[in-house]
Design a protein around this ligand. Structure first.
Ligand code: ZN
Length: 356
């Protein structure tokens, strides 16, 4: 696919509610990740150096979407989309794990950082610049830009802008800055076809319809990723829950255990959690590590102290544990490594355990 010229791209938009930017009273937008400052005079950040670890705000773990804009021209994508990107767009993005704000808990979101940049706008000569680093002191995309392109042609499917804009037209520091993210119209169409929700093509884009070549690319790409389809689940089905119950020999669901769980952890259970509460003590879960994890009795389950409560329910001989997120509709599964003290996502749903 590389080398094909004239790929048509347009800027995208998504929900105003963002996962790594907070709206506060005094400031319009506040990024939750702190960027390195490159200029002491104007405090301009290093917009190409991604903060590490990269955090997502608490309680912003949106469900139902798989792709959403991240700060400064990057993207958050689901595990499924990362697999799609790996096949169709190799080397166009770099990926980072993300963490729940202020914690060592990984989230199910990947930060996708476009590797290719494009200049799609230039600020007016009249805009004041920093005497030290020459960055504009403000750069409102409407009035203070000489030009600003929402549609471009290039040889890549994902690109972010070199230039940046500010929400405030007098001082960028009063709010925050942003960069454009371009996706090819063929990729936007493909995402729609595979039901990956969360972003839209700019409504003012002049690329309204796909060309024949673009349609062909979409068809070809669909067949290239077709083998992914079967092993990726989006929906919690009764069938999947029943498979889970069979795999863990759960014959009946006792309400007593469910009530105990709700009282102890102050969390309302969902259908999957109900089943987890009823797994018999002593059963083993093997996720391919040295030693299997053994289910503890519910009285010994522990919750993390973080705002995203994870429940440890199975332990190994070395002090590591398996945890699930009871507030996640898919009950994502985590692994806690006692040496590094890091929580790592192992399955986007505990139901996937029964796939093998
Ligand atoms: Zn400066």
């Amino acid at each position: 696919m590389m080398g094909s010229q004239n790929i048509r791209l347009s800027t995208i938009c998504c929900s105003d509610r963002r996962m790594d930017i907070l709206d506060t009273n005094c400031m319009l937008d506040t990024p939750i990740n702190k960027y390195e400052i490159v200029c002491e005079e104007c405090k301009f950040p290093n917009i190409d150096k991604i903060p590490e670890p990269y955090y997502i705000a608490k309680n912003r773990n949106f469900s139902g979407i798989e792709i959403i804009e991240a700060d400064l021209g990057n993207l958050f994508i689901s595990d499924r989309l990362k697999q799609v990107f790996d096949i169709l767009l190799p080397n166009q993005c770099s990926y980072r794990k993300t963490f729940v704000e202020g914690s060592t808990i990984t989230t199910k979101w990947w930060l996708a950082i476009p590797n290719n940049l494009v200049l799609n706008g230039e600020v007016k000569k009249s805009v004041k610049r920093c005497i030290n680093c020459n960055q504009p002191l403000y750069a409102h995309p409407g009035s203070q830009y000489e030009f600003w392109e929402n549609d471009i042609e290039n040889s890549f499917d994902i690109i972010k802008s070199i230039n940046w804009y500010s929400t405030d037209d007098k001082d960028w520091k009063k709010s925050w800055i942003g960069r454009d993210l371009f996706l090819s119209v063929r990729l936007i169409s493909l995402l729609k076809k595979i039901g990956a929700k969360g972003i839209y093509q700019n409504a003012f884009s002049k690329y309204k319809q796909l060309t024949k070549t673009e349609k062909l690319w979409v068809e070809l790409s669909l067949s290239n990723i077709s083998m992914l389809k079967n092993n990726i689940k989006n929906e919690v089905t009764i069938e999947a829950i029943n498979n889970f119950k069979t795999a863990f020999s759960i014959v009946e669901v006792s309400n007593l255990k469910v009530e105990y769980f709700e009282k102890k952890f102050k969390i309302i259970v969902n259908e999957i959690t109900k089943s987890i509460c009823n797994i018999k003590k002593g059963q083993q879960i093997n996720i391919g590590f040295e030693s299997p994890f053994v289910i503890e009795k519910i009285e010994n389950w522990k919750s993390t102290k973080t705002k995203t409560k994870l429940i440890a329910f199975a332990f190994d001989n070395f002090g590591n544990s398996l945890l699930f997120d009871p507030k996640d509709k898919n009950c994502s599964l985590y692994y806690y490594d006692h040496e590094t003290m890091i929580y790592d996502l192992v399955q986007s749903s505990i139901l996937n355990l029964t796939d093998e």
